[in-house]
Design a protein around this ligand. Sequence first.
Ligand code: G4P
Length: 297
Amino acid sequence: MDRDISRNAINWYPGHMNKARIMMEENIRLVDLVIEIVDARAPLSSRNPDIDRLGKGKGRVIILNKSDLSDKALNEKWKAYFISKGIQAVLLDSKGKNGLKGIMTAVNNACAAKIAKDRAKGIVNSSLKAMVVGIPNVGKSTFINAFVGKNVATTGNKPGVTKGKQWIMVNKELELLDTPGILWPKFEDQEVGRRLAYLGSINDEILVTEELAGDLLVALYRDYPKFLEDRYKITADVVDSESEAAFSTPQSRMLDHIAKNRGCLKKGGEVDYFKTAGIVLDDFRSGRIGLITLERP
Ligand code: G4P
């Protein structure tokens, strides 16, 4: 019964998503270990819980990537959260190549049972097979490049391995499927969609950037007010001020304030909301507002 429901739900996904899902389900069968990449700034919104079902029986490692941009205190809390769920977790900055050292320990811990079983059977030199999965834009390719380095040999068409698959020898202990598996975000949850949009993981072109930036400012004012004060001089006076303008909201008051300070005005003095929103989103995504995590465990 459950199966039918999920099948119907999956039919709502566009064709390419369906194709990616089928390919991933096939590939997962070939590996001992699933390395799931999430965005440390929104570790729940940037993962799809279906991976728990798809990765059942496999070793599991979660990489909290882009941890150079996220809240340091919350990084530790999120890491502890996943470990408490029985999943090895590693904080990483794939772009700056910081944190790579912890990965092999996590991999070996995640596959301890398989390693012990192989040893008991007298198999000593077997390598683990792994694949990287994650929703778009979390840094899967950046991670693979950073982890694998430059001088790697790829192997293909091994017995028992589906034709055409390329395996990268990371080291003596680990082989990695060269193409990451793409998971789909939880489209149906609006809050998730919004957080992914803040992070720039959903195409801006289909969104109203002014609304997005306004809502982001409200969220940041709630959780990181000091950062907004430091970067944009936004204080309670600005957010709570009585305004005579029709439809004035905390969102519009903050955007107005930033626009005036940054000179984002059109001819005639009207606020250029689109430009202002662009500045806010850009500042946020590049970490210029501060090291921020949008959700708490
Ligand atoms: P994907 O395969 O999961 O779709 O993601 P991809 O590796 O293409 O990375 C998406 C963007 O995230 C890239 O930025 C990449 O540089 C950035 N990124 C990946 N890992 C990290 C990280 O740990 N820290 C930071 N700060 N950024 C990271 P881009 O703007 O699309 O490209 P680029 O201008 O950086 O080359």
